[in-house]
Write a protein that binds this ligand. Structure first.
Ligand SMILES: Nc1ncnc2c1ncn2[C@@H]1O[C@H](COP(=O)(O)OS(=O)(=O)O)[C@@H](OP(=O)(O)O)[C@H]1O
Length: 415
């Protein structure tokens, strides 16, 4: 009773107009916050309709453009055999056949792996590549303060480039928080939605950057458009490595899981006698960086991309880290003090990883011994990649000097 009498006394004292305005402003504020919270879920379905500069860009069209450029430039074709000149780089049928061959070894010769048997619901862990860093990280999980955000930077590639080493080094930085697994959101789990993706991320405090790495994004047709729809100002990091060594590393990884596969030399050629390279074999296709980069450049300016040299990441990790931290707008905190060269491992290792105070190298799956590949095959591959590498240097404005390695290789094979 006392309450009612006091409120009616209050309303009689306050003019009705003011009360009305007060109620109206409350409603508007409520409406505003409701809309804000819906924004993320609204944005997601709309992204499918994204049109770049007034036209729908298809990756196929952009690849064709680049392919035409490559084949019409006299420099480009100079290093191709006659057959290669007249054969498209990615004949779809050949590609499907090569992938089918791979699937066949898996189906007919090897028992189904645990990974293949598992439902694809969970994000892909780097299962075969899992280093101690990952598993121990999970065991040492600390309380997660802050809020989960979509990544502001992604290491999008390339497979076997040195992406794990880079991510682990970045995680040492107090302003970087990264998911340890490879979420494979933009290639395999996209239908799960942005909320699912966000939920995978670690929580961040104000000023911290959320990151992830999935090296297959770089060669996924839909990835540039999808990532652009999520965040057009995102920063993209690509670790590149001599495509020939990268291919051998990729093959070594497959071989470690499927020892029965044909030799590298067999897989690399469509026709060995003609010297015709099988560019549809994924181990070789991934290394045609210029073609893949073309797709990304339809959506992102170069200023939003940073290219890390996989080779320099091994010989000068601190130098590469300085550039990465600058690109991410971070203080240069990860420096040479954080690395030491481990002779047994043959690679730089971290003195103090993110989750531990004890030094740690990456796991056994990083830095595998590569099989010996016939020198003529390596030479042929260098020749195959040269025009693509040249175009890649031109596009990025960076010379990765992979051709110097060829000179060194050919000198040592003459010795
Ligand atoms: N510090 C350090 N320790 C170990 N390995 C290092 C390091 N820095 C770069 N690398 C090179 O990283 C290669 C593996 O690349 P990724 O991590 O991108 O592989 S994956 O795509 O995630 O499977 C791996 O390739 P391989 O040597 O062929 O195994 C290494 O050469």
């Amino acid at each position: 009773m006392a309450f009612w009498s006091s409120t009616s006394a209050f309303t009689s004292k306050v003019p009705r107009k003011i009360l009305f305005m007060f109620t109206l402003s409350l409603s508007v504020t409520y409406l505003f916050y409701s809309l804000m919270s819906c924004y993320n879920s609204l944005r997601f379905p709309l992204q499918e309709n994204y049109v770049f500069q007034g036209r729908l860009v298809t990756e196929e069209a952009t690849l064709v453009t680049l392919r035409e450029k490559l084949y019409s430039s006299s420099q480009g074709i100079a290093h191709f055999t006659e057959a290669e000149r007249t054969t498209p780089v990615f004949p779809l049928k050949a590609h499907a056949e090569a992938e089918e061959r791979t699937a066949d070894w898996i189906r007919t010769q090897a028992p189904p792996t645990k990974a293949a048997a598992e439902p694809s619901g969970a994000p892909e862990r780097e299962r075969p590549e899992l280093s101690t860093t990952d598993s121990e990280l999970r065991a040492n999980c600390t309380l997660d303060y802050g809020v989960k955000k979509l990544p502001q930077a992604i290491i999008i590639g390339v497979k076997k480039g040195g992406t794990r080493a880079l991510l682990e080094a970045l995680r040492v930085h107090p302003d970087v928080r990264a998911v340890g697994n490879e979420p494979h959101f933009f290639d395999r789990n996209y239908e799960k939605g942005l909320d699912w993706y966000r939920d995978l991320m670690p929580s961040t405090l104000e000023g911290q950057i959320t990151m992830e790495k999935t090296p297959s994004y770089f060669v996924t047709n839909h990835a540039p458009k999808r990532i652009h729809s999520m965040a057009r100002d995102i920063k993209l990091i690509i670790v590149v490595r001599n495509p020939v060594t990268r291919a051998i590393s990729d093959y070594t990884q497959t071989l470690s899981k499927r020892p029965e596969i044909p030799t590298f030399e067999v897989l690399a050629f469509k026709n060995r006698t003609l010297g015709l390279i099988d560019a549809s074999w994924s181990a070789l296709r991934i290394g045609i960086y210029a073609l893949h980069l073309e797709s990304w450049m339809q959506y992102f300016p170069l200023s939003q991309m940073h290219f890390v040299s996989g080779e320099r990441l091994i010989v000068d990790p601190a130098g590469e880290m300085a550039k990465v931290q600058d690109f991410l707008g971070l203080k240069r905190i990860v420096t040479d003090k954080h690395f030491y060269f481990n002779k047994t491992k043959g690679f730089p290792c971290l003195k103090k990883p993110e989750d531990s105070s004890t030094p740690r190298c990456l796991g056994k799956s990083k830095g595998r011994t590569h099989p010996q590949i016939e020198p003529q095959v390596i030479q042929r591959l260098h020749k195959f990649y040269k025009p693509f590498n040249m175009m890649f240097y031109q596009m990025t404005g960076q010379n990765f000097e992979w051709e110097l390695e060829v000179d060194r290789d050919s000198r040592s094979s003459q010795d």
